[in-house]
Design a protein around this ligand. Structure first.
Ligand SMILES: [Cu+2]
Length: 506
């Protein structure tokens, strides 16, 4: 669906200038739908219906910084010099007022991942706001509607594969879950300032496989311990049965848990018998993590912020952008929380210590739970409080995931991201997104501004679509605006695997 210049001007998108406006000059189609505008009356009305509560103020300075990743010092970009950034914590219903100060040498923005927030705070440059220029500041103000584990990151280029990410925790003032302590755990794959920058990686990958300037295309080149030369960011031969084949495109020298490499891990210290809630977030650019806690099983309570019927597992697979909350009752000792970079033969880790006597397990010890049962989407059942009432879809939006490594032409429906292509939906509809993966790789597909239901009923905003398979997810269209759907592999997204949904004017 193409929208014309007049529609763009009417929706306010034209005011943003850039691609959206210039690319469609002159072409006029009277049949094109007109969409609600990101800051328009429908969006304001939806925000008022959330009954915005007391405002909580936050300040985030995005800047170049020298970061210590646990004995490894890198030059990178981060919020307030911290990796991960300081968590934002509010109560559901409160108003977040976050002032972003851009001291980066590039435009930036912040996307509040997973929140059903007002459209003009969604942080997509060229769609919901102007980019925030170097030296400028921008205030995001929105009600945080639903409790849960969320996070935030730029929606500008490949910036999220630097250190620009942080948890966003929305507390439930009537928290139904019983636990003693909680710990937020952020996983990441890291290369910035070590083997190059994410921009270097995208430039290399964009040349496609013909652009590879290092030897092996097969097998032995897959070892992440191999030091990459100039270029050499492209990873070949990373295999994972859980991910249906090819595990990733990018060779990372390090994998981080709460900003630390495994030799100097983050340590959570408490008493044996503590019932601990762990909020797991995958902030990686191109890596799924398989997570397990040595000596324990995990009781999974939430996925992407929303409650599920509690289910026990040895290990969890977390794609980029996904979150899981788990409960564990801690034994006596020192235990590795291990996050295996799936298919990449390396592990991020932290320690949980409930005993002063015990010695830490060696960094290369692999907890056997990693090879135990791994939770599957089919195992997830929505908690009653989170279940969408069953309803036949009013509209089915088919999204074919296309492209590949050869030309590095990842796309949706065979077309690279184009802000002029907006698929119309209407407020009040039950919409089915049918992700049809025509590629030989998995994609963690993320919908902005809504939480959809998997076929099993569990609610998520980011879901892994395995190669050569189809995943149907349903959501209720109740948050007017222009919303992105994209792969959360930042290199796939930047090379074109993104598209837009737009609410039509009533
Ligand atoms: Cu992808």
């Amino acid at each position: 669906m193409t929208i014309d210049r007049r529609t763009l001007l009417k929706t306010g998108l034209g005011l943003l200038g850039g691609a959206a406006l210039t690319a469609c000059g002159g072409t006029s189609r009277t049949s094109s739908p007109s969409f609600v505008t990101p800051a328009g009356p429908q969006v304001r009305a939806a925000e008022q219906a959330r009954r915005p509560g007391a405002a909580r103020d936050f300040r985030l300075v995005a800047a170049e910084t020298q970061a210590d990743l646990g004995g490894l010092t890198v030059r990178t970009w981060a919020y307030d010099g911290r990796i991960p950034g300081t968590p934002i914590r509010v109560n559901a219903g409160e108003t977040v007022r976050a002032r972003l100060v851009n001291r980066l040498p590039a435009d930036t923005s912040i996307h509040w991942h997973g929140l059903a927030l007002r459209n003009d705070a969604d942080g997509v440059p060229g769609v919901t706001q102007q980019p925030v220029k170097t030296g400028a500041a921008y205030v995001y103000e929105f009600t945080a509607p639903d409790p849960g584990t969320y996070w935030f990151h730029p929606h500008s280029g490949t910036q999220l594969d630097r250190g620009l990410y942080a948890p966003m925790i929305v507390e439930d003032p009537r928290e139904p879950l019983g636990y003693d302590e909680e710990w937020v755990v952020v996983l990441d794959d890291w290369l910035d300032g070590v083997t190059g920058t994410p921009e270097d990686v995208l430039a290399e990958l964009s040349r496609g496989m013909g652009g590879m300037n290092h030897g092996g295309m097969m097998g032995d080149s897959a070892s992440p311990s191999q030091p990459p030369g100039k270029g050499g960011h492209m990873l070949m031969g990373a295999r994972s049965p859980l991910l249906g084949g090819d595990a990733g495109d990018v060779r990372y020298p390090h994998f981080l848990l709460n900003g630390r490499i495994p030799t100097q891990p983050a340590t959570f210290t408490t008493k044996p018998g503590t019932r601990l809630r762990i909020r797991l977030i995958n902030a990686g650019g191109d890596t799924a993590f398989r997570v397990a806690l040595a000596g324990h099983r995990l009781t999974v309570t939430h996925t992407d912020g929303f409650p599920i019927q509690h289910t026990d597992t040895d290990a969890l697979l977390i794609g980029m952008g996904e979150r899981y909350d788990v409960l564990v009752t801690l034994k006596d000792g020192v235990f590795a929380l291990a996050a295996l970079a799936e298919g990449k033969n390396a592990t991020a880790r932290a320690l949980i210590r409930t005993s002063e006597q015990s010695r830490a397990p060696r960094a290369d010890r692999r907890p056997r739970e990693l090879d135990g049962t791994v939770l599957r989407y089919a195992d997830l059942r929505a908690d009653d409080s989170a279940r969408l009432p069953s309803k036949r879809p009013d509209r089915i939006v088919k999204l074919e995931l296309t492209g590949g490594m050869m030309a590095y032409d990842w796309a949706i429906n065979g077309r690279k991201y184009d802000p002029k292509i907006i698929t119309p939906i209407r407020s009040g509809e039950r919409v089915r997104l049918s992700f049809v993966n025509r590629t030989t790789m998995w994609h963690p597909m993320h919908l902005h501004g809504h939480t959809f239901a998997l076929p099993s009923g569990a609610r998520k905003d980011t879901a892994i679509v395995l190669p050569n398979s189809t995943l149907d997810v349903d959501f209720q269209a109740g948050n007017p605006g222009i919303w992105m759907i994209h792969c959360h592999n930042v290199y796939h997204a930047e090379s074109g695997m993104m598209t837009l949904l737009g609410y039509q004017q009533a």
